[in-house]
Design a protein around this ligand. Sequence first.
Ligand code: AHM
Ligand code: MG
Length: 331
Amino acid sequence: MPPITNLTDHLLKAHVFNQRSRELAEILNQIMISAKIVSHKTNRAGLTDILGAAGKTNVQDEEVQKLDEYAHDIFVRLLKQSPYIKAVGSEEEPDLIVFNEDYHDQAEYIMHMDPLDGSSNIDVNVSVGTIFLIYRKQSFGQNLEKSDYLQPGKNAVCAGYVLYGSSTMLVYSTGQGMHGFTLDPNIGEFLLSHEDMTLPEASNIYSVNESYQPKWDQALADHVSQMKTDQDISGKPKTARYIGSLVADFHRNLLKGGIFLYPADKKHPNGKLRLLYEGIPFAFLIKAAGGYASDGQQDVLEIVPTELHQRAPLFIGNKPDVKLVEKLLKK
Ligand code: AHM
Ligand code: MG
């Protein structure tokens, strides 16, 4: 029988000898609690019509929040309780949220998150997710510099996601190794279900919203057409899979192998996805799993963000596939 390991056990065993990683384990613990609360809430999403939709009041006459705002509030609240977190950047909030309570004086970590990515999918009962990225402060002293929260992905100390799907999973990496935990709703624990996750070598899937193809660069359009033939890098046609919910699309491709593309197009020169809340966390994770992420010009982990909500094209998955697209688009 395999051992039963919960996330807390795993964190303690992996990080017990080092004070820094112990801090990180404490932060991950706050993320885990938030994820359980958000998971419970998203599972009840179909009941909002009955109990009251956003902007309305429910049967108890309480204001009902939209789920993405709710997830944001829960994560910020739990992270604020950690003495190690100095600031949080969220897709739901225009500015950085800085914690100034006395007990945050020594805090050194900044977390960026998309509290509920793909939230437009909630109405149709499709999987959604939380994405997170953690940096350690580089500057000295208590003040936070722009260069502390706008660091390139290669400086990150941890990234992960929570997938609220047919089961709820939390996947994280601190750079070496990547581990997945599945929430057992009966006992309320995240149990280690996917240890040392790595991307399979076979790359059989391509994931892209092809309705934008008329607006793409011609070279990219031709390349995606080629993926459907024996001329594909794998020697056989790929199959298409696109949910339109990044956490779910990433998770599937991670387990099955393939490439996810969210390119720039004539109308959107930087694509749609946000660098700090979506691109960099997944670039960090795919590297830990043996893959690669590019914005079409360079390794996503090398990009130095200049704004919190900056967007960038994203090509991510098996390294040979992504390198090929990069070579094609590189100016
Ligand atoms: P959101 O952060 O507003 O939820 O948007 C991000 C989502 C991703 O989950 C997904 O990959 C993408 O939007 C899909 O976009 P599109 O509908 O243009 O294909
Ligand atoms: Mg998002």
